[in-house]
Write a new protein. Structure first.
Length: 603
């Protein structure tokens, strides 16, 4: 049954990395890979290495990115590593992964939630197993130990234990003899190979393999990987070996380095022109095929979560406004009432950076059973959402390291615009408009006067407790995303609302000094937004206007180019930069805001 909303405390994730190869500093290599995954969770970290016929584990609370060197780790040719986003159990050294078996013969790490954890732990306690942590992961470790009493084969014991776990889980185990064994159900897992050096890797996403492997295979649900000088794959249900197919790694635009920028967020904002140009040059046939399917569909839904949910709503806006398609946007975690209504004549467009968003996947899995056509636009090659789609389009935005999404959001709404114009038969004009937009954003980003104004505005906003954002029509989802960015970056309260709704309730909060940001374009709704600005100004609000033209009611005017149909994307850039400069001024962790993770791959 489909039940989004269950296990709500677990809307987080962890990172897993594994190495097996000829080099004897496996622990260091695993640590390097794990540092590329710490956006997936940075409460604690741990590394397990196989050395001299035993497994040694080092694990601590805190961020692995704060640890400068791992040269002290024992010499080893295989290692696993884990970075944790705490769910079951507090943030402590003991609760960090991996968890050692009682006899030290293996260590296990997990990404996911064991939904039947309490039941399993109760049974294992009755069987005299000892627990030293508060985690559900330790229950898996003890369960494997129990299975080893019936079979002396560690791989088989892991498979049997894994089949008893409920929920979305991926586990990785390192044995005393150096083998690495991993199994997947829900939470992502990628196997990588360096064909020149005979090195093998496991990771929670392909990005961390970018400078280590040249080929990869995205592991499907219900599959188990074993690395012991060779890469093998088994079915977790019956234990039968299956063929594993490797594909060349391609990460699209950008790199996983800062390239001289102080933060990844600033680097990724500045990559917007490149990303938008890439969208404009994408394969026409992919858009045309999806356009035909959309026109055939009885109903069209767009779906996403978090920032991608906002992007999905903007895609639906373009489908309605430009293509005249009756599109409805859904939030992954709040789509329960729609699932029973889906039918085979409908189409869903899923928007996701990672392509592994758990609550979106649950909706898609339910829709798939009802034979709904699924399309997707994701950034991560080989992701689960893209592989289960009938029409899979890629963002090609390249690595996005900052937890706050910027350039992939730009790509997502540009995709929606191009798709809508393709349906309307105006794809070429759309591609031209996106290229012009990319050029104008590039000029905006290169102008130091713009940055000085944005820094000054951000400084003034840091003294405010609340930030209200007004917008309408093509800019409504843009102010919603601006709200998300301000909240994530500054830890301050943000509230986005349609400008016409102001007088119905939020106007009661307007008083002298209240911060209001108004975003508008030179379109049919401009005067309506200006009327709302006049209303808040009359009550003493301090108003920041993002628009092509100034207005007497703006205390601060942030000028932007009039980009016509693509103005929404143009208006987004100063909002992203203001959020960035607020985070810097407040001394917050720009690339890793507190309490959130890059993508949500478990419920």
């Amino acid at each position: 049954t489909f039940s989004p909303g269950t296990s709500e405390i677990a809307r987080i994730m962890c990172g897993i990395f594994g190495y097996f190869g000829p080099k004897n500093n496996a622990g260091e290599i695993a640590a390097v890979g794990l540092k590329k995954l710490d956006y997936r969770g940075y409460d604690s970290w741990g590394i397990g290495v196989s050395t001299n016929g035993r497994v040694e584990v080092e694990k601590k609370a805190g961020k692995i990115s704060d640890v400068m060197s791992f040269k002290h780790l024992p010499s080893s040719r295989s290692a696993i590593a884990h970075t944790r986003w705490a769910t079951t159990g507090a943030v402590t050294d003991i609760n960090a992964h991996p968890h050692l078996s009682a006899d030290g013969s293996f260590a296990l790490a997990q990404n996911g939630i064991v939904e039947n954890y309490s039941e399993l732990k109760s049974k294992l306690l009755k069987l005299k197993h000892q627990f030293i942590s508060q985690t559900d992961t330790e229950a898996i470790t003890r369960l494997v130990e129990e299975k080893l009493k019936k079979t002396k084969d560690l791989s088989e014991a892991i498979r049997l234990a894994f089949n008893e776990l409920e929920g979305r889980n991926t586990i990785v185990v390192i044995s005393a003899d150096g083998r690495i064994i991993a199994a997947r159900n829900g939470s992502p897992l990628v196997a990588g190979v360096n064909s020149k050096t005979s090195e093998f890797f496991l990771s929670s996403d392909a990005l961390s393999l970018s400078q280590m492997a040249d080929k990869m295979s995205v592991v499907d649900n219900g599959r188990m990987i074993e690395i012991d000088g060779k890469l093998k794959m088994y079915n977790t249900k019956n234990g039968k070996e299956e063929e594993i197919k490797l594909t060349k790694i391609d990460f699209g635009n950008g790199s996983s380095d800062k390239n001289g920028y102080d933060h990844y967020m600033l680097k990724e904002i500045n990559e917007a022109p490149l990303v938008l140009t890439t969208i404009a040059n994408q394969d026409k046939q992919n858009y045309e095929k999806l356009a035909v399917a959309i026109k055939r569909a009885e109903n069209v839904y767009t779906i996403g979560s978090g920032g991608a949910g906002v992007a999905a709503a903007q895609v639906a806006f373009y489908l309605r406004d430009t293509a005249k398609i009756k599109a409805v946007s859904l939030i992954g975690a709040d789509a329960t009432e729609y699932v029973e209504l889906f039918n085979k004549n409908e189409l869903i467009i899923a928007i996701s950076q990672s392509g592994e968003t758990a609550d979106v996947l649950e909706v898609l899995e339910a829709a798939k059973k009802k034979k709904v056509t699924i399309a997707s636009f994701v950034n991560m090659p080989g992701s689960m959402i893209s592989r289960m789609s009938d029409y899979s389009l890629m963002s090609q935005s390249g690595p996005e390291i900052c937890v706050m999404s910027t350039k992939t959001f730009d790509a997502q709404i540009a995709f929606g615009y191009l798709l809508a114009k393709t349906i309307r038969g105006e794809a070429e004009s759309a591609r031209k408009n996106i290229k012009l937009l990319a050029g104008r954003i590039g000029k905006y980003l290169d102008d130091n006067n713009n940055h000085r104004l944005l820094k000054k505005t951000a400084l003034q906003l840091t003294s405010k407790h609340d930030v209200f954002l007004l917008g309408k029509y093509q800019n409504f989802q843009i102010i919603r995303e601006g709200m998300v960015k301000i909240i994530e970056a500054s830890y301050k309260h943000g509230h986005a609302l349609p400008s016409g709704d102001l007088k119905h309730y939020v106007i009661t909060l307007m008083e002298p000094g209240t911060a209001v940001m108004a975003v508008m374009s030179n379109d049919k709704t401009k005067n309506e937004v200006l009327n709302a600005v006049a209303e808040v100004k009359l009550r003493g609000a301090w108003v920041v206007g993002i628009s092509p033209d100034n207005n007497k009611n703006f205390d601060v005017h942030i000028p932007v180019s009039d980009c016509g149909e693509t103005s929404a994307v143009m208006n987004l850039i100063p909002l992203q930069l203001i959020a960035y400069y607020m985070a810097v001024k407040l001394g917050n962790n720009v690339d890793k805001p507190r309490n959130i993770a890059k993508s949500v791959t478990v419920k």
